[in-house]
Write a protein that binds this ligand. Structure first.
Ligand code: GLC
Length: 400
């Protein structure tokens, strides 16, 4: 089956951009609620220009943006009628989700919504059988998930009615209470929407996060969207963040997308509404790599030819009759050795540079059969400028 995978921008933005530590600072640093909630009276992102964000995402080759409409703190970034704890009651006083939706629609960018099930502000938001709940005392200790579900539904109705077509819905933190009526509502309001697996019933796609070590195989068996932040410590804006290397991220994106998954790469805009250069320069560099790879990373199929790559971590895909070798951790030498080539290729291209690579079907002295001791015949692609490419995942295109 052909994948319909995409590269997207994840955006974690909320009051937590003011302390600039972590999106869950309230719980992780055990702040008194009243102290945290004061940020509402300070939030004034006067530099917010959603078109800039959309154009940055576009330049990076991204096809959708998924933004936090409400994180665990319960603060709502849109003009919701269900609580006063929302963006309209800040000094800024404008619906930032509406502004982003308008910019996305203007520039043909798909828009997705993140919505947190835990709500550390709502008096009925405590759900003891789920994770990421905060001390019940801070929200009055009342447990009434049914009452809370009505609130969630009313908010979902607003989000999925008032902001045009929504591409995917990203629930966060599964509630562990089974209630299919929430996803039914989502689908009723936005037929065709794709829902993740962190809601109140099964969704459409899996959401591995920051856990590349646990991923196995060469192809996802179900719809998958992996996510990661540019920063290692936080999803929200963090001053002095520890950033992942470009090499690590291109390797992760290549691997996940070659397996047929989508990839959401997160930025945390600051309290003035800027995607600061710490984040944007890294995104531009990743985008520069991604744009050279994009054709090979989207809408491909599993390679059915019985090819075997002898060295290095490699995933093989196929698209329009061409084979792609995704060396997501780079090749280990300046050559790629492939067993089982059906014929001599017409051409071989290194997508990182766009240049043709020399190749031949031949024997190489160090690859021989243990049984006969005789060198085996291989497709040998060579001349890969591997040391110049050490900061990137490497992709090779073979045209047969
Ligand atoms: C983790 C974090 C949460 C973040 C989410 C994004 O669950 O704890 O804060 O929003 O990842 O997928």
């Amino acid at each position: 089956m052909k994948s319909t995978n995409k590269f997207g921008m994840f955006i974690h933005w909320g009051l937590y951009s003011i302390p600039a530590v972590h999106e869950q600072i309230l719980a992780r640093y055990d702040l008194p609620s009243a102290e945290y909630e004061k940020y509402k009276d300070q939030f004034n992102p006067v530099e917010y220009d959603p078109e800039e964000w959309v154009l940055l995402a576009k330049r990076a080759g991204m096809e959708y943006i998924c933004i936090t409409t409400k994180h665990h703190d319960g603060f709502c970034m849109w003009d919701t009628k269900q609580t006063d704890y929302n963006i309209m009651n800040t000094p800024y006083g404008k619906d930032v989700i509406r502004m982003l939706a308008d910019a996305c629609h203007k520039h043909g960018m798909l828009l997705s919504f993140y919505y947190s099930n835990p709500d550390w502000h709502h008096p009925k938001g405590y759900n003891p059988i789920s994770t990421h709940q905060w001390k019940s005392v801070n929200i009055g200790g009342e447990v009434d998930t049914e009452g809370y579900r009505e609130f969630v539904k009313a908010q979902v109705r607003e989000l999925l009615t008032n902001y045009g077509p929504i591409y995917t819905f990203f629930w966060d933190i599964p509630s562990k209470l089974y209630d299919p009526s929430l996803n039914e509502l989502v689908r009723e309001l936005q037929p065709g929407i794709i829902i993740n697996d962190r809601g109140w019933s099964e969704g459409d796609f899996a959401t591995p996060e920051r856990e590349l070590d646990k991923i196995e195989g060469a192809r996802f068996s179900k719809l998958t969207e992996a996510c990661n932040s540019l920063g290692e410590q936080s999803w929200g804006y963090r001053s002095g963040e520890d950033f992942y290397s470009i090499r690590y991220l291109t390797s992760a994106i290549d691997r996940i997308m070659a397996m047929g998954g989508s990839y959401l790469l997160n930025v945390g805009p600051d309290s003035l509404g800027r995607i600061t250069s710490d984040y944007s320069t890294r995104l531009e560099r990743i985008g520069d790599w991604y744009n050279r790879m994009k054709g090979a990373l989207v809408c491909h199929e599993r390679e059915e030819l019985p090819l075997r790559v002898l060295h290095g971590d490699c995933i093989l895909t196929r698209k329009e009759g061409k084979t792609y070798l995704h060396f997501y951790n780079g090749t280990i030498s300046s050559a790629a050795l492939v067993e089982g080539a059906p014929s001599l290729p017409k051409s071989v291209t290194l997508l990182n540079t766009g240049e043709a690579l020399p190749f031949a079907i031949e024997k190489t002295p160090d690859e021989f059969s243990m049984e006969t001791g005789i060198a085996v015949t291989l497709l040998r692609i060579h001349g890969i400028p591997i040391d110049e490419l050490s900061a990137e995942a490497v992709v090779i295109e073979i045209e047969w």
